[in-house]
Design a protein around this ligand. Sequence first.
Ligand code: 5AD
Ligand code: SF4
Length: 476
Amino acid sequence: MNTLDGTNIPVHEPERQFYYIEKAKKYVAKKAKEIGRDLTFTVTTFGCQMNARDSEKLVGILEQIGYVEEADEEKADFVIYNTCTVRENANQRVYGRLGQLGHIKKSKPHMMIGLCGCMMQEPEVVEKLKKSYRFVDLIFGTHNIYKFAELIATRFESNRMVIDIWKDTDQIVEDLPSERKFAFKSGVNIMFGCNNFCSYCIVPYVRGRERSRNPKDILREIEKLVADGVVEIMLLGQNVNSYGKNLEHPITFAQLLQEIEKIEGLERIRFMTSHPKDLSDELIEVMKHSDKICKHLHLPVQSGSSRILEKMNRRYTKEQYLELVNKIKTAVPDISLTTDIIVGFPGETEEDFLETMDVVKQVRYDSAFTFIYSKRTGTPAAAMDDQVPADVIKDRFDRLLKEVQSISAEVCSVHTGTTQKALIESVNDHDASLVTGRLSNNILVHLPGDASYIGQIVDVHLKECHGFYYTGEISR
Ligand code: 5AD
Ligand code: SF4
């Protein structure tokens, strides 16, 4: 036991954090009394689904300690940015918005600003914040997010910027609160970190080494979610196909899926991201026979040129990727395939780019996220010479986007006239007489309905395809 402040502070997690949640609660209540109203917060998420899930954990803690959510960042007493650093423009966005927050804080001195997530794992970023953004109250990284309550308590006790960044961790803390954004669906982390070191990617440096959660903990979490009304889960990991390899009792991702499938009341299972090099025949077999695994696979190709793939350290060739796609399409003919593509990786020639275009034409993706290569300091690709000129990249990017869009409009429309199950997710933003549902293959459909449909899985007749989404109606 640690007796720093005269009390017995638990050493083990999650007990320690429950202790700090109680402590932070008192500070928040005291402050609320001083200003005569509840304290409010806004958590803004940048980046991927992993970050979105982390933000739910932040919100869970904030609500437990007495903060109330405020949609408008400018009005909130505590603003948290959960940052992304996968591409340089993500960092620029954070600095820009942080500057604006600084102005607001000048007229609202009790306001607190917290920064966390991937960008904070970069030492240059923290140096810059320490030097030029002194008004930030709390900075922490990706490995100690579970310590949020403790860090908030520390901030209330000192009047200084609190910084706590860990280089890496092997710890996974279970059972802390989290507040879901949607009542009926949830992300579930199955692993953290990445061991792949694709040469352009900063993720292994900011998210650390690959760690899988225990299958028992995952199953228990999903069972609890289902008991709480969740019908669809998205299993999250940087490379779900290598799940379980380093556990004390190794288990494959396909085996985990089979266990999850048995959970009664769970209707749909999604997962991302799959690395092509680790996608097993066993997984394809399980997908083929599953009633619950959605007919959607996100399979980032990154480039169609075997030469560039090697420089990217992706560990597959164009031919191997295409063979894998064929295997999947043969086993699960109605599967929807999506991908990530990087344009302008160092040394990419017109021929290399045409290989990428060729893969796009052969695979015919339902959709593809296309990115302009962004140089990330510290990654092997940043040190490669022959970086591609910006105007050449722009031209290739435009050509690729056009191809991707025209193919995806064609691919998407093949379901016109069929009836499919959709999970209704929300009332339509633009037209309140419509609701929006998601098909198993991840395509959206808009149909007449009201808020009472949200969370239900209904049969929808797909009347018309509008490029990337459908309009339809409930089929009775
Ligand atoms: N530049 C551009 N895109 C990148 N991605 C990862 N790192 C970079 C980078 N340095 C893309 C990859 C990955 C997706 C999440 O982000 O396509 O699959
Ligand atoms: Fe980055 Fe490659 Fe790991 Fe994906 S698999 S997070 S692209 S290093």
